[in-house]
Ligand binder design. Sequence first.
Ligand SMILES: Cc1cc2nc3c(=O)[nH]c(=O)nc-3n(C[C@H](O)[C@H](O)[C@H](O)COP(=O)(O)OP(=O)(O)OC[C@H]3O[C@@H](n4cnc5c(N)ncnc54)[C@H](O)[C@@H]3O)c2cc1C
Length: 283
Amino acid sequence: MKPPKFRYVAPRSLDDAVEHLASDPDAKVLAGGQSLMPLLAMRLAAPSILVDLQHVSGLDDIEDQGTSLLIGARVTHREIERSAMVAERLPILSSAVVHIAHPQIRSRGTFGGSTAHADPSGEWPTILLSLGATMRTVSPRGRRTIEADDFFVGPFTSTLAEDEILTHVSVPTTRTAWSFQEAAVKKGDYGLALVAATGTARDGVLLDPRVTVGAAVGSVRRVAEVERLLTETPLTEGLADEAAVTAAASIDPISDIHGNSEYRRKLVASLVRRAVIELMNGA
Ligand SMILES: Cc1cc2nc3c(=O)[nH]c(=O)nc-3n(C[C@H](O)[C@H](O)[C@H](O)COP(=O)(O)OP(=O)(O)OC[C@H]3O[C@@H](n4cnc5c(N)ncnc54)[C@H](O)[C@@H]3O)c2cc1C
């Protein structure tokens, strides 16, 4: 199908992008187009204006800020994959990025686009929630920051306002104990279940764990029951088994043509178990 008619603008500055986006309530940001263009082609979205960010400067860097990496919204998945700085400072991103689609899509799709899209099956939303990232935005009302806990509020729904542009994501590098697990039918497919578990390891225990689930549930979410169980408890295989049972009992998985809720519950349990074992081996 062909997309509905829209006006296209490609501003050179962030100020102009903000102005265009605010000029019409049906205007939308275009980043890599890897989610938005299929939605237009299927006529599931009909924006009046597409505000393309591709020429806006200042959104395409990854900057080391000491205890965090500041990742520009226009940084592509492929740039994350190839970044030596990311591999060294945030290896969880390097380990997860290869699960995102295929190289062609990773070359176009952006970190900011994925985050703003808030797809419950997205690797970045699942991981950013676990790492406790902070989103930086701009709108006609000025700049603001939004914690990941307050950002992902539902399926494909974030707390970004219609006229707000995500400019950067500040991702803490201090959660040095991490595990990312994904179950998919085949490489490059959207996952059926994703689990990210991060924290700080000290003497075989995990401090301040944050455990998140994506894809198997309607919206990316933390699993507080598992986080409580893991907090400052010696990491053992027995704890991994207990965490798996707790995770399975704590979530309300979705059912669709790719897998029913009981299947996804088992997947999540198994991924949580693997994550705890991986954390244990790294602690
Ligand atoms: C075949 C296929 C397989 C895929 N598999 C996966 C997968 O396994 N895992 C995964 O996570 N993703 C997957 N994707 C999606 C891909 O990662 C997209 O790149 C991503 O979801 C959206 O990024 P984008 O830059 O393409 O954003 P776009 O498609 O341009 O935009 C997506 C949405 O976000 C908004 N938006 C974009 N940037 C901003 C911004 N800076 N500020 C405010 N709003 C913004 C847009 O208005 C739009 O609503 C797949 C896509 C395809 C086509």
